[in-house]
Unconditional design. Structure first.
Length: 500
């Protein structure tokens, strides 16, 4: 048999693609057949850039825009103090809002992105944070045992390898003091911003944010950019450099070691490090053309988010009914958390990108939803474990946080020396980890509800019933995100969208 003839027959057979052979290439997942793929990676600069915002523009991408494309970001160190990004959200603290536009049509947008990302980051596994995210985005919430009795004491009953508490563990073994057994924990050297010399400034870390984190619908869909003739724009609005919400001017994009100096440092975003690294996937020519013929009008459903927020003192949230919107929309879920303004300080581990829990277990959060003239739950929910499970059910995954980070279970506040908490009192970058104000204790109290009746919300909208006894006097901000269903269409090279 002629080998060249056999090869020609095979190629002809592969190019003869029928409609029932073309899977939904937009959906992320395994393709039920074998196709030749070409993956192309391009790195582009923003078309406009300032310390307030940046825009990236894609023109005629030759394939599907891969969801793991990313935007790289970095800042220029300006202080000799050890500075770092908030440990729960990493470099995303630089972003205030993000928009995806096709032509002049807004497809997806996220407001108050740092706080939104704090909720989403709860569902990243600890091992993923330790082995991957601390290098890509500097998200560092990974737990490990803390060996507190590291100095030999002949009269003690416990052994040097006992661990009665836990804390952050990033792979760096702390140096133990020979006298008192103190073992301060620190970030890995490459994660620290330091302006001591030109060398340390040049070695400032650069991290990245996935497009699928900025625009959540890309977690399940790859955008068929080759079918869109319009320009695709990604607009990033950067976070303000300083905030006075805590009563004094503080950086709200960076955290600082407790022993550091000035906290009102205005960090500049390094323009040369702001890049869009985008991947495009192309298949064999016959497959791509057949996919276009098979889908002359491509229609798909996705989720977008809208933010409602309210600010007031501690008494404003003791018995609140908050109208959060959603009028006439299909709302699949919502999630919310409350942030104290007093936590917006640079000398902390999370710089206020938190959701505060009641200080003790005697102060309960009681909540419910009212929409379409009926409550979501027949009885308001206040049980901490039940609300945790409700959040897990709404998201379809377990929050990867500890009980002491979700709520303060003891009768005493974590700041009390006699308080019983599993979180360690050992310091991480100079901050006591169990504290509410500057540490991790009770700072992950996000709550989510899934609307389970598959109904369109009437013109009265959704009311959030929120009753919380807050720990301290001061101003707080309650943020609520609604997940709205939208429909996108691609036809004749034009993309459009509308609410379902």
């Amino acid at each position: 048999m002629d080998p060249s003839a056999t090869q020609s027959d095979a190629m002809a057979q592969q190019s003869d693609v029928t409609e029932d052979q073309i899977p939904d290439l937009m959906k992320i997942g395994q393709i039920p057949t074998s196709y030749g793929q070409t993956l192309t990676t391009d790195v582009i600069d923003p078309v406009t850039f300032s310390q307030k915002r940046a825009r990236f523009t894609l023109q005629r991408v030759a394939g599907f825009l891969h969801s793991n494309s990313k935007i790289t970001l970095g800042v220029t160190p300006k202080t000799n103090a050890r500075a770092f990004y908030p440990l729960n959200i990493g470099v995303s603290s630089l972003i205030k809002s993000a928009q995806l536009l096709v032509g002049n049509k807004q497809i997806c947008s996220i407001e108050d992105y740092g706080d939104y990302h704090a909720y989403q980051s709860m569902f990243i596994s600890n091992e993923n944070n330790k082995e991957r995210e601390q290098y890509l985005s500097q998200r560092c919430v990974n737990h490990g045992p803390v060996y507190e009795d590291l100095v030999f004491d002949a009269g003690a009953d416990d052994t040097p390898n006992s661990a009665s508490t836990y804390g952050l563990s990033l792979g760096k073994t702390p140096v133990v003091g020979t006298g008192d057994g103190s073992h301060p924990m620190e970030l890995l050297p490459f994660q620290v911003h330091d302006a001591t010399s030109a060398t340390t400034i040049a070695e400032a870390p650069v991290y990245s944010v996935y497009l699928s984190d900025l625009f959540p619908f890309l977690k399940t869909n790859q955008l068929p950019a080759f079918m869109i003739d319009e320009e695709i724009h990604i607009d990033i609005t950067f976070q303000d450099k300083l905030s006075s919400l805590s009563g004094a001017s503080n950086s709200i994009i960076m955290c600082q070691n407790e022993t550091g100096g000035s906290v009102d440092v205005e960090y500049d975003i390094t323009q040369s490090e702001v890049k869009l690294v985008y991947d495009s996937i192309s298949y064999d020519g016959a497959i791509m053309s057949q996919y276009v013929q098979q889908n002359p009008k491509l229609v798909f459903q996705y989720e977008d988010y809208r933010l409602a927020k309210r600010t007031g003192d501690e008494t404003a949230f003791s018995d609140l009914t908050f109208s959060v919107g959603g009028n006439g929309r299909l709302v699949s879920k919502l999630f919310f958390g409350i942030q104290p303004d007093a936590n917006k300080v640079a000398k902390s581990m999370c710089n206020g990108y938190v959701a505060a829990a009641p200080t003790t277990n005697e102060s309960k959060l009681t909540t419910n939803l009212l929409y379409n003239d009926r409550y979501l739950f027949s009885v308001d929910r206040s049980n901490d474990s039940q609300l945790f499970q409700t959040t897990a059910h709404a998201e379809g995954g377990i929050p990867m946080i500890s009980r002491d980070e979700y709520y303060n279970a003891g009768k005493l506040a974590p700041s009390n020396a006699a308080a019983k908490t599993g979180l360690t009192a050992a310091k991480f970058e100079g901050h006591i980890q169990k504290l509410v104000s500057s540490g991790l204790g009770g700072n992950f109290r996000w709550t989510a509800f899934r609307l389970n009746r598959a109904e369109r919300v009437n013109n009265k909208g959704i009311d959030l019933v929120y009753k919380n006894t807050l720990p301290a006097a001061g101003n707080y901000t309650l943020r609520v995100w609604l997940e709205l269903l939208k429909v996108a269409t691609i036809e004749g090279g034009k993309m459009d969208c509308y609410f379902a």
